[in-house]
Design a protein around this ligand. Sequence first.
Ligand SMILES: [Zn+2]
Length: 397
Amino acid sequence: MKKITALLLSLLLIFSLVSCTNQASTSNDATVSTTEAVISNEWANVKEYSFNKDVPVKNIILLIGDGMGENTIKNAEIIKGDKLAMSLTPYFTHVTTDSLSGTTDSAAAATAISCGVKTYNQYIGIDGDKHDVESICEFAQAKGMKTGLVATQIINHATPAGMIAHVDYRDLYSKIIRQEITADIDVMLGGGSEYYTSKMEKLAKEHNYKYISTDKELNTLDKENDKKMLGLFSYNALYADDTPSLDNMAKSALDILKNDNGFFLMIEGSEIDVQLSKLDMTGAMEEMKAFDRAVDVALDFASKNEGTLVLVTADHETGGVIVPESKDAKDINNDCITSGGEHTNANVLLFAFGSKSDIITKNEVIDNIDISKYMREFLNETYGEKEVNFKNRYETE
Ligand SMILES: [Zn+2]
């Protein structure tokens, strides 16, 4: 019986190898016509993009894989059978992530990356003494840059919130979405229509947002006229098999944000963390696939738009994930999640592409607040130092 099983397994392996090879040769064959518009649910095709790193930073695209530790990346590469798009750079470094509470949550980590300040878990955009600290979106807006947030979670969840909001408790979702709208972020795409109440609708209209809620509306944007966009495509979060996909939202956001004064865009693969917390390795790998395609969209944009810095990192590691000793895809399962789904304080990776990618990764280890410092340093070099007159939201609300 064992022999028959082994034979069947090896036949299956040979068959899957053959079909993989076919796929690769087909996609490289220039004579085969392809329809680019087809929505893919596959891993990103590995492409060698070229970038000029010695030009000023005009745009920043920050991609955050929530809970995406180094071993989660390695496992995804084993399953893909190839490098992930994020790994195709010689410029990378390791990042420490602890918050004032110890092992960080997404709120304190987003605050560190955005505001350059360590704070307690649950806090967003405020320091340990509950004073507002300037967010990366406020900093970019003061320079006349456009700003955008894309997430598969609800748009007022911890990571996107950390880029702009100021609250002392991450679950104050109504307060956060109100702050996001009044802050005039140019484009926000994700889940969370639950929080788009009639009050928020009125507020969004006052702030000149076009509100959309379907895939179709996203795919038929009028790039010239739809300058300010709020798109909430799900009552709650969006998962890998939902539409629109993360890469589709990323593409639309880049279309809206591209302009002569530059932009800052944060794109979050939110559900990697959620799946690992649920001890679902298969689900986490599906989310990694979706994130891989979103990274590829950012790299494609950066290769065509000089002066774009693409950063790919995580807010923290989730799961205490291990790579199976066999390094075999069939052994990548829920047993690889060793922390019971909890966050750990393992260092995460930061990959950089494009403008100044060698500078931000020049040290072997940096801290998550350094990401904020480098982004600000680069934008100051390009756009000059400007005083930010940000509203003290937490202190005044
Ligand atoms: Zn997180």
